[in-house]
Write a protein that binds this ligand. Structure first.
Ligand SMILES: C[S@@+](CC[C@H](N)C(=O)[O-])C[C@H]1O[C@@H](n2cnc3c(N)ncnc32)[C@H](O)[C@@H]1O
Length: 398
């Protein structure tokens, strides 16, 4: 078996074709079963038998993981330290390929171990109302009695009952233990939300907002709104962002793709009352949560709108040259147009938080072409057992 590749598989070759093999580890000898064969250049396969195992291969902790089974996890068969080495290799390979940079960063472990870390999850529901998860690259629903990477109250709230008529169920456990479930229809639209506070067994009528604690502050988040899934992630990422941003009193920071205001709110005390924090977020519900979260910080404001080159021009006309830009876009990244527009704004530092190292590497290349170099990079294992990895990059003027 060849090296690990982005997406939770290893790369092998057979008769000149690339084979992306799940459930294998680099260096292993395995028997594979082809699972998808639609492209001339490559096919996909599962390792169904291991002839020569990697020293860090382990028994899967989840009875639903494995070839042809649940597609939720990618690395259940690797020891946690090896999972982090695999992710580090993926970050390195993506930066080499997409940004022409050689980076060698360890993937840092978060507290709590590899199981029961998911504080938010979306479970699928089949036509009979039975909840489960999808096998890899499939719309089928594998029924589950538990999901060992999901926090136990969240898994139990969804998987111990049926959901007739639903297409999926979102579930979240907040920092106080309250469990929020949101039924979605078959088109993914929310149908109803139910909240059970910690220690109670009955749903109550509440706003649908969840309470989160991070960086010594309390945060309100809309039930289905974005918040880091791993309970240790918000603190770890804010720590990395604050370290790279190194804000000083009186400075201005833009927090783009701000969600409920986590990064902007956390940096507000460093810029002080003489500074300015501008959070920009597209989702109106997240903006409402951010307004509430930042209400005690007069130096912080929330702008509702899309982050795009035109909006950046408007923002700069009002704010002037920002000292620091923090951005935390969705998986696809900010893209070259936004990256170039931000570089043109001339901040002393850009701190880029990314859940996809490929998108990050592409945007780092765009910043590079616009005069900003990668000055530092950290990576965190915010999604143990899966192939996902969260990165925080510091870009500075070359
Ligand atoms: C990865 S989340 C980051 C949220 C926040 N930084 C945090 O850590 O909690 C990305 C956020 O970007 C928002 N978003 C997505 N596309 C956007 C766009 N084009 N302009 C502004 N916000 C956008 C989403 O609503 C979401 O809140």
């Amino acid at each position: 078996m060849g090296p690990v590749a982005h997406g939770g598989h290893c790369v092998s070759r057979h008769e000149g074709r690339v084979v992306f093999v799940r459930h294998a580890l680099p260096g292993e000898r395995v028997v594979v079963e082809v699972t998808e064969d639609r492209h001339a250049a490559y096919c996909r396969a599962d390792a169904v038998e291991v002839l020569q195992a990697h020293p860090d291969r382990v028994e899967r902790a989840c009875p639903y993981a494995g070839p042809g089974r649940c597609g939720g996890c990618d690395w259940q068969h690797a020891a946690p330290a090896e999972q982090r080495r695999l992710k580090s290799a993926v970050v390195r390979e993506q930066f080499a390929r997409l940004a022409g940079l050689d980076v060698d960063v360890p993937v840092e472990e978060l507290p709590g171990g590899p199981l029961r870390w998911r504080s938010r999850a979306r479970f699928a529901v089949d036509r009979a109302g039975v909840p489960g998860l999808h096998p890899h690259r499939s719309r089928a629903v594998l029924p589950l009695a538990d999901c060992p990477i999901t926090m136990a109250p969240a898994a139990a709230a969804v998987l111990t009952r049926r959901w007739p008529g639903a297409g999926a169920v979102d579930v979240a456990v907040d920092s106080e233990g309250a469990v929020t479930t949101t039924r979605l229809d078959r088109r993914g639209h929310p149908q109803s939300t139910r909240v059970v506070p910690a220690g109670e067994h009955r749903a109550v009528e509440v706003s649908g907002r969840a309470a989160r604690r991070a960086w010594d502050r309390d945060w309100q988040v809309e039930g289905t709104g974005f918040w880091q899934v791993h309970p240790g992630a918000a603190d770890a990422l804010v720590g990395a962002v604050a370290g790279y941003a190194a804000m000083v009193s009186g400075e201005t920071v833009l927090d783009l793709y701000a969600g409920a205001g986590l990064f902007g709110g956390s940096l507000a005390s460093a810029v002080g009352p003489a500074g300015r924090v501008v959070c920009v977020e597209a989702d109106p519900a997240a903006c409402a949560a951010a307004h509430a979260n930042l209400a005690d910080l007069p130096q912080a404001e929330v702008w509702q709108g899309e982050v795009d080159p035109a909006a950046i021009t408007d923002l700069l006309a009002d704010v002037g040259r920002p000292d620091v830009v923090v951005l935390d876009p969705p998986r696809a990244g900010a893209g070259p147009a936004v990256s170039t527009a931000l570089a043109a704004a001339g901040p002393r530092a850009v701190v880029y938080v990314a859940c996809d190292p490929a998108s990050l590497a592409r945007d780092v290349a765009a910043f590079g072409a616009a005069g900003y170099r990668l000055a530092a990079l950290r990576a965190f294992d915010c999604f143990p057992m899966t192939a996902h990895v969260e990165c925080v990059a510091l870009l500075q003027r070359s």
